[in-house]
Design a protein. Sequence first.
Length: 202
Amino acid sequence: MQFSSKLIETAVAAFSSLPGIGRKTALRLVLHLVQQPGAVTTEFVQALDKMRAGIRECEICHNLSDEVRCMVCRDERRNKQLICVVESIRDVMAIEETGQYQGQYHVLGGVISPIEGIGPQELNIESLIARASQEEVQEIIMAISPTIEGETTIYYLTRQIQDSGVRISTIARGVSFGGELEYADGVTLGRSIVARTPYKLD
């Protein structure tokens, strides 16, 4: 792809470095911005700068937040007896879109995968164990993608938490085995949360 401007070429390279955006899409985005008033581009850039400078990790659940605690953890209307454990922030967003869950969350930051060099120490597990020991917590829902790594992670977490006396459940298998939670449709995911089942160690 030939460019008449080095500045446009640099901007296209920047956009195409984002996941899911090829060079043609990147070029369309760049040309769109070029054709907008300067104030629009400035506002766009400022929004990204503010996000990058101000975004942080919630001190409780590890979700993304503008403040020390995220909106979910600050919301007094949420059921603090329930904690839904997920792999990623995208899973939180997917579950929230269903409108079927009103409890708290805990973002692990991934799943245990020895092949990829990810062990328990790389995940937000210690803080989950600490939360499980809180008197108000009664149930922990393992909303982790039903893959081999996901099942291994659920098993490990259950072994670590079971002595706390908290009830442990998993989402119903409306989500197909081997599938990623964030790609499940809203209806299926919502029903999987509502129809969760107790998790027992063999």
